[in-house]
Design a protein around this ligand. Sequence first.
Ligand SMILES: Cc1ncc(COP(=O)(O)O)c(C=O)c1O
Length: 469
Amino acid sequence: MSLPWEIENYLESKNNQLHIDGVSAVELANKYGTPLFVFSENRIRHNIARIKKVESVIGCPLKICYAAKAMSTMGILKAVKEAGSDIEVNSGGELWKALEIAFQPSQIIFNGTSKEIWELEKAIDAGIYALQVDSLLELSLIEETAKRLSKRANVSLRLVPEIETATHSGLQTALLTSKFGMMPGEALDAFREFKDSEFLDLAGVHLHIGSQNPDAAGYAEALEILFHNLLVIFNETGIRLSHLNLGGGFPVNYLRDHSLEAAFPLEQREMFSADFEPADAIANAWNVVKSAAAASNAEHLLNGLTLLLEPGRSIIADAGICLTSVRNLKTRPIAKSKTEDDRWLLTDAGFNVLLSMETYKWYYHLISADRAGEAHGSPYKIAGPLCDGGDVYFDHEGLGRLPDHRPLPENAQLGEVLALLNCGAYSLSQASQYNARFMPPVVLIRASGKPELIRKRDRFEDLVSNDIY
Ligand SMILES: Cc1ncc(COP(=O)(O)O)c(C=O)c1O
């Protein structure tokens, strides 16, 4: 019988040990030490192919731009490129990485609220597909910069259309209360003002409704808004946009193993267990837009259009596993009860490598990699290694957003290797050396089945490499 977290030919229990693409997680942990991140090239390819299916349900070309912020270790960017994705970057650093990996400029789009002039210069000089503009002021800076470089900049204006989704408040990005983008009216003014600029190609409009969106209907609302803006811009200025960018945000089911579902408040449960096919959501959205276009006699504006998506999490989250070891065990009376004890396991992976666990109370399913096939029925309180009371795997603020205990096989052992699943997105890319902890190594299991080290563990010198002393 298959276990609830297993995924055929990817994550499996064999000989009682977790195997990732057929490779023993315990052997990898023994070879490279823990904490260790392990990624699957096959799973990355599978996830990109899943999103590519969108192309067959829309009436225009699709451009998938992987959101590099989700995970941008060079070996991963390379695997993403080889799997046929373009890229979305959010800083001059990510742009540099993308160019280093040999993404073509036509494969790159650049988001960001506070871009610096050197970043604009680099993007314009490279001639990327689109700079996504966050304000009218930024658009004028882009024009000035392009003029100075005697280049033409491709731009797309980011709208903030007030679409609310049931995701975590920190992941909402299309609300007026969010820091992103501009009001549709401001964007229209911008198109009017810069319509004849010889240094700007006003190519598209963009929005991103947030990350881990549980509701597929949000995409229909968003695409309809984009199309409505495209139509108004055409009618008011004569500019015919060549692309619409619907952003990212497709959810990942972090609760495929239902065993702990009841431990979550309803909202958290719905968010963490969200699951829909991107192609279904976008097929529905496209139909809505087709009807809107027909109703306003503007179907011709769909011709020659390209649809952009910026998925991050849905490409990389379930492709990455964090292996961690039990480094300490203790028992402690449960507060207000002298009769029962909590059993605590202290691991070597804390919010230094999984920051969202602390900031967003994010849930990563935990299993024993050493004893993957055994019943996980014994409750443990789990905490990381950091000198910080918030470095725990439960909700230390007492608001119950995470389960208090994690079930593992009875008699957890010192040195036992545990695996946190679905850790590929927004983990290593947000990791730090807090407490002078080494940034962990990363192994990528190639499509051939061969594990390859794509990032070494930090050494002592890395902890001070930029310090002057
Ligand atoms: C503008 C933009 N695009 C794309 C993404 C990627 O979102 P996700 O990883 O949920 O697909 C983000 C992250 O929130 C974003 O801010």
